[in-house]
Structure formats: C-alpha cells, structure tokens
Design a protein around this ligand. Structure first.
Ligand SMILES: [Zn+2]
Length: 94
C-alpha cells in the first residue's frame, strides 16, 4: 500500500480524486484507527459497525447509533442527555 509524506495512507489513491478529498479521507482514517471505546463496558476495540451509523459491541452486546466512521461523534456527545451519559453495566451477554 503506497504511502506519501503529505497524505500518508490515503496515498493509495495516487493522483486520483484530488488532494482535498485525500486529506479528508486521512482525517477519517486516523480517527478510526485510534481505537474506539465501548460506551457501556469501556472495552477497547470491541465495537463493530453493522451498518452506516449503527454500532454494536462484541463484548457486552450493546447496539447504538453513532457516527458513520467513528462510534461517537463530537456533536453526538454534546447532544446526549445527562442521564444517558453514564450508562452502568447491568448484565453481560452470555
Ligand atoms: Zn461493550
């Protein structure tokens, strides 16, 4: 997979699609590769995306709506009501 100095991993698109779009892809990919934490059980790298914006945790089984490429966006964190921000682990899935 070719990498370049300015657009790093999105250098695989070579000269296609334009520099601006390749830089946008790079921002998305670096956020997604950072490791995403489950909202309920806080375990890392257990989230799987089942569809665009729908995430489920393989550890505790929670299914929730999130961003298209990352599980929780900045806007979603802001708009979440206070009573849902600290979800406690009630039961583990067998
Ligand atoms: Zn979980």
């Amino acid at each position: 997979m070719p990498k370049t100095k300015s657009v790093k991993s999105s250098g695989r698109y070579q000269q296609k699609y334009g520099a601006t779009l390749r830089k946008r892809v790079l921002v998305i990919e670096t956020k997604a590769a950072k490791g995403q934490r489950c909202l309920r059980c806080k375990s890392i790298n257990t989230l799987k995306r089942s569809a665009t914006g729908i995430w489920h945790c393989t550890s505790c089984g929670i299914k929730f709506a999130g961003g298209a490429f990352i599980a929780q966006t900045t806007l979603g964190r802001t708009m979440t009501p206070e009573e849902f921000k600290n979800i406690k682990v009630t039961s583990k899935r067998q």
